[in-house]
Design a protein around this ligand. Sequence first.
Ligand SMILES: O=P(O)(O)OC[C@H]1O[C@](O)(CO)[C@@H](O)[C@@H]1O
Length: 240
Amino acid sequence: MQVKTFDNTTELDTFAAQLFAEKLKDKPNATLGLATGSTPVGIYGKIIEMYKNGSISFKDATTFNLDEYVGLAPEHEQSYAHFMKEQLFNHIDLPLQNAHLPKGIGADLKSECTSYDQMLAEQPIDIQLLGLGLNGHIGFNEPDQELQGGTHVVELEESTREANARFFDKLEEVPTQAITMGVGSILKADSILLVVKGADKAGIVKQALQGPITTEVPASLLQTHKNVIVLVDREAGRLL
Ligand SMILES: O=P(O)(O)OC[C@H]1O[C@](O)(CO)[C@@H](O)[C@@H]1O
């Protein structure tokens, strides 16, 4: 596991965007695993800049997002489908039919999970971008005695709902469930880019990278993967 610490967010975001650009240069039809939340916003901004200056194209790429809230339609302003359009997809040449997110609405979420896993099996992820939850979650895989391998519906921890309430008008509007790729699927990615920003994540990133491998800190399972790059800013990395 390689850890790189950056003095400022712009340098970190540029470095991460360049890794995606290099991947697409080597393999224009690469499959990219994408994340939501505040962490990747600056990276997507840099990727858009690179697209606009002609140094990156997504026209043959495929993307899979980690997760979606249960109960929010893709048009809902706080859905991750909407977030991805606003932050990235509307600004690049990725064909929208190649952009996949689990659907959080519909009568049969179980079959949605199965078909998402099927698509992932057909188009394995070349590079997976991950943020880190304050409780150590990756995707929406919350700490638990057992973790699921494949895509599944998860009950969100109260602390996760509280952390994400900043994007909603009030806490009650934050969904209680999400549909997420499992840790098994995440670990199948050929390479993984874990990005962690901010002083409030210094403790959990230390536990994830240097603590025991435990399902109670889902990100600690990344220690078992052969090709993980961790990008941290000074604040997040201060205990490493
Ligand atoms: O980047 P944030 O907003 O701190 O969120 C941390 C992680 O939790 C999630 O919101 C849940 O998947 C991710 O999107 C994100 O990577």
